[in-house]
Design a protein around this ligand. Structure first.
Ligand code: PLP
Length: 488
């Protein structure tokens, strides 16, 4: 027999020793504590040039162990200059995602456990905590109890799974036969408004629906889907031989946070027997507030809903929740149990791997558990309520200023606005506002992003960060006005 004894030094074959882990662990927690406490002292938007970070990193990996202290000190030297700080109170761009301290601790614990929650058996606690916390979250959103939930990483992935379930729902045997080369089945059509998030298109593309299979329904002056146009589009497409299979309504569109008329859309979907998916990725969490509950009106008649606690519930990215009334259909679309994954518990438990493309699953529900318990529902409500108030405050300042104008309603805390001195054509106004936004962002004191509404360049300011207080919104408005007066 071959000699299989080792010939090398075995003292270096183990993990970091516990005492070293403890030492660096405390050091890192101290570093994070200071970072979060002083997030404001950093420029919110990194102003480095492309390649600056990479150029500081050796081309080849180290052959010999390095001092962990050196690794930690490189965070300040190499990483920090290249950071755009999503935790910064003046990060008012895109839709923010801020990490609360309990969420960060849960993330740490999750990687320490390092479980794979593919099966109940592979981590019973992960599966059951996911079930329990998603039921809490369902109650917080006042959703009916026939909504079953699952955690994915992002809303893009949640919506893709909802569209896959919608495709499974039309019973054209996609699972068995696929879509291509089948003359006997009609082509599938999905509907969403012109303002739906691009993740819907990407989901449809992934699932073989094709760009021609996505129909964008026009919006009204408030950027909400025009329901009548939806009904007409479905009729027209049916006549042409298409098979309408899915409508996506948005509660809180990305550009303006407009709310599609879900109750009316749900009626059409019911009549036409079409799956209704509601994308409330950003704004959905505000339904936790009794006074905002009505934003999810009609969702009780939808087939699925996505809400992202990682966007506006202070849970570090990533954690997106998909609820559906048709757990069975989602399972039919995805379940495929290889022999080595079969367990003796399968008939009594839920194996989350059955409900999606990924096998491996992180222990994300710890984050929901920690955050909901630490703040309590009331604590989360209070912060959301304050954000909504601050958003309205900012929108009011825009309305009052003679040289600024609001470009869309502000149903949540996102304001779409532009500077308008009153003597410029649209092209010049676009250039002025782009310059204004770039100058603001170059200052490092505030980060805002833009969109286009009716072809006009519009700046968006979003209040949703856990560290954003009234003083930050006041400072943001001062900076915007001051920058405008410098460039006009
Ligand atoms: N849906 C809406 C309405 C969004 O605004 C966004 C992102 O901002 C998404 C979906 C995609 O979110 P995620 O990054 O979680 O995929």
């Amino acid at each position: 027999m071959e000699d299989i004894k080792n010939t090398y030094d075995t003292s270096s074959l183990s993990d970091m020793p516990p005492e070293e882990f403890r030492k660096y662990g405390y050091q890192l927690i101290d570093w994070i504590t200071e970072y979060l406490k002083d997030a404001e002292k950093y420029p919110v938007l990194s102003n480095i040039n492309p390649g600056d970070v990479k150029n500081k990193i050796p081309l080849n990996p180290p052959n010999k162990p390095e001092q962990f202290n050196d690794v930690l000190s490189d965070i300040d030297k190499i990483i920090m200059p290249g950071m755009t700080h999503w935790n910064h109170p003046n990060f008012m761009a895109y839709f923010n995602s801020t990490a609360s301290a309990p969420g960060i601790l849960a993330e740490l614990l999750s990687s320490a456990f390092n479980i794979n929650g593919m099966l109940w058996k592979s981590s019973p606690a992960s599966t059951e905590l996911e079930q329990a916390t998603l039921d809490w979250f369902r109650q917080m959103l006042s959703l009916p109890d026939d909504f079953w939930g699952i955690i994915y990483d992002t809303a893009s992935v949640s919506s893709m799974h909802a569209i896959a379930a919608a495709r499974e729902n039309v019973n054209i045997q996609t699972r068995k036969k696929g879509l291509s080369g089948r003359k006997e089945i009609p082509r599938l059509k999905l509907y969403c408004s012109e303002h739906a998030h691009s993740s819907i298109d990407k989901g449809a593309l992934t699932l073989g629906i094709g760009l021609e299979g996505i129909r964008k329904i026009p919006v009204d002056k408030d950027f909400k889907m025009i329901t009548k146009k939806l009904g007409e589009a479905i009729n027209e497409d049916r006549k042409k031989g298409w098979l309408p299979f899915c409508v996506v309504a948005t509660v809180g569109t990305t550009s303006t946070t407009s709310i599609d008329p879900v109750p009316e859309i749900a009626e059409i979907c019911k009549r036409e027997k079409i799956w209704l998916h509601v994308d409330a990725a950003h704004a959905g969490v505000t339904a936790i507030l009794p006074e905002m509950k009505n934003i999810l009106d009609g969702v009780e008649n939808a087939d699925s809903l996505v809400v992202n606690p990682h966007k506006w519930m202070f849970i570090p990215i990533d954690l997106s929740v998909l609820y559906t009334k048709h757990q069975d259909i989602l399972k039919r679309a995805f379940s495929l149990v290889a022999e080595y994954l079969k367990t003796s518990h399968d008939s009594e438990v839920e194996n989350y791997m059955d409900y999606g493309i990924q096998l491996g699953r992180r222990f994300r529900s710890l984050k929901l558990w920690f955050v909901i318990r630490y703040f309590g529902v009331e604590g989360i409500q209070n912060i959301l309520r304050e954000h909504l108030r601050l958003g309205k405050l900012f929108a009011g300042w825009i309305d009052e200023h003679p040289k600024f104008e609001r470009m869309a309603p502000t149903p949540f805390s996102t304001t779409c606005f532009r500077a308008n001195p009153g003597n410029m054509d649209e092209k010049k106004l676009d250039a002025l506002n782009e310059k204004l936004m770039n100058k603001i962002n170059e200052s490092g004191k505030l980060f805002v992003t833009h969109t286009k509404l009716n072809d006009k360049f519009v700046i968006r300011l979003v209040v949703s960060g856990i560290r954003t207080k009234e003083e930050h919104v006041i400072n943001a408005w001062d900076l915007i006005q001051q920058t405008y007066s410098e460039i006009k």
